[in-house]
Design a binder for this molecule. Structure first.
Ligand SMILES: Cc1cc2nc3c(=O)[nH]c(=O)nc-3n(C[C@H](O)[C@H](O)[C@H](O)COP(=O)(O)OP(=O)(O)OC[C@H]3O[C@@H](n4cnc5c(N)ncnc54)[C@H](O)[C@@H]3O)c2cc1C
Length: 380
């Protein structure tokens, strides 16, 4: 066994960590104030290959393995989480369905523009009446000649306001229940009948925009059916499984950043005539943060390796996501505690992380849903 990342991945991780800390982090206030990631930062991200992480080299991407992609996500977790959210919604759930199930023609049409960030991607399954219960979505796709006509509403869709391409899950055969679902490649900006609703006002992750997507007799060419017709719920959700390990990796990076900030603060903040790092109560919080980081890192690395080995990771991806996102919430809480009053102030990155991280226990399957998946697999 070898627990060390290969040298090229460590180099790439260091480059992205540098970018996040020296280029993105200093713009955090701007992103918070405008709820917008500046275009020049997105261009820099594109030049670093971040939009093409999971896209094969033949289509202009970096073609990283899951291990490589997650190593980058861990580094991305160390800067503004909203910025990381835009990239990861594109590079994981927005891209993986097309890479896995797309025909050569579909890949040729979209992947090169996605790799450069010219076409930003997203994934849409959630609806107002079906979130955790995603098997009961109502968006309907009816085959009419050479098109599928989509009607319904998706909500909370990451990147929707800026997306050039969405992978949309809709019901093609209600009689088949959850097996009657299909995936479609939808170009929201170019398709009559597709509109983007009001942008969500979120607690955190500013700059990572999400919104409703409304389909009113939207005609999608039959050539944009992704994978087989009636692909089914299980397969459609497979797109999310790979996203979950990425979230575990991003959480690990966020925890590392919070620990680094906490150590720096504890060494310099003096109370009772000495740095607060001298107090065992503070040391214990730092130690607990490190335990959370080490365990989360080993888990995401193992699951990413399993994906690359072609193993079924449904349960283990949930284990990794659950563990890392729950651990991150505790780490963020401790980081605020170590920072004291300063950790409650808007000026502090710790305050921002405290808000931003909360989402990770909710999207791509809540913590409760992860436990249902784990238990379901254990009892099968
Ligand atoms: C900012 C943001 C971005 C998002 N981005 C996307 C995206 O890009 N694409 C997309 O498709 N979706 C996206 N989502 C949707 C997200 O995946 C859902 O919000 C999530 O799956 C939970 O669904 P819900 O909000 O309807 O909550 P609900 O399903 O209503 O859950 C409410 C509570 O009930 C619990 N619960 C539900 N069912 C059970 C059960 N059987 N057993 C135990 N507890 C249960 C849940 O765990 C939760 O605690 C996003 C959400 C947010 C907030």
């Amino acid at each position: 066994m070898n627990f060390e990342l290969p040298g090229d991945l460590r180099d790439m991780q260091a480059t992205i960590r540098d970018f996040m800390l020296s280029r993105v982090e200093p713009r955090a206030h701007e992103i918070e104030d405008t709820n917008h990631v500046p275009d020049d930062l997105l261009r820099e991200a594109a030049n670093l290959g971040l939009f093409g992480l999971s896209i094969p080299e033949e289509y202009g991407g970096v073609g990283l393995s899951t291990l490589g992609r997650c190593a980058v996500y861990e580094a991305m977790g160390m800067g503004h989480m909203g910025f990381g959210g835009v990239i990861s919604a594109h590079a994981s759930i927005g891209t993986s369905g097309l890479v896995k199930l797309g025909t050569p023609d579909q890949k040729e049409r979209f992947l090169p523009r996605m790799a450069t960030g010219e076409c930003i991607a997203g994934f849409a399954i959630t609806e107002p009446s079906s979130g955790s219960d995603a098997a009961n979505i109502r968006t309907r796709a009816e085959k009419k000649g050479d098109t599928y006509v989509l009607n319904g509403t998706k909500h909370y869709i990451s990147n929707a306001p800026i997306a050039g391409l969405l992978t949309v899950i809709a019901v093609t055969d209600p009689a088949r229940g959850s097996k009657g679902m299909s995936a479609f490649l939808v170009e929201p900006q170019r398709t009559p009948g597709v509109s983007i609703g009001k942008i969500d006002e979120k607690m955190g992750q500013k700059g990572a925009l999400s919104a409703e997507v409304i389909f009113q007799d939207a005609e999608i060419p039959a050539g944009n059916l992704l994978g087989p017709e009636h692909l089914g719920y299980r397969e459609a959700l497979g797109i999310l499984t790979n996203g979950r390990v990425g979230i575990a990796a991003r959480s690990t990076g966020a925890m590392q950043r919070l620990l680094d900030l906490s150590i720096a603060h504890a060494k310099t903040r003096e109370q009772f005539g000495q740095p607060i790092a001298q107090f065992q109560a503070v040391q214990f919080m730092l130690a607990e943060m490190d335990i959370a980081i080490q365990t989360s890192r080993v888990l995401w690395q193992k699951v990413a390796w399993m994906v690359d080995e072609g193993q079924d990771v449904r349960r283990m991806a949930s284990v990794a996501k659950y563990h890392a996102t729950e651990a991150l919430s505790q780490v963020a809480d401790k980081a605020v505690q170590v920072a004291g009053g300063m950790g409650y102030m808007k000026d502090s990155p710790v305050e921002r992380y405290y808000r931003d991280q909360r989402l990770l226990r909710i999207y791509e399957g809540t913590s409760e849903i992860q436990k249902l998946i784990i238990a379901g697999d254990l009892l099968r």
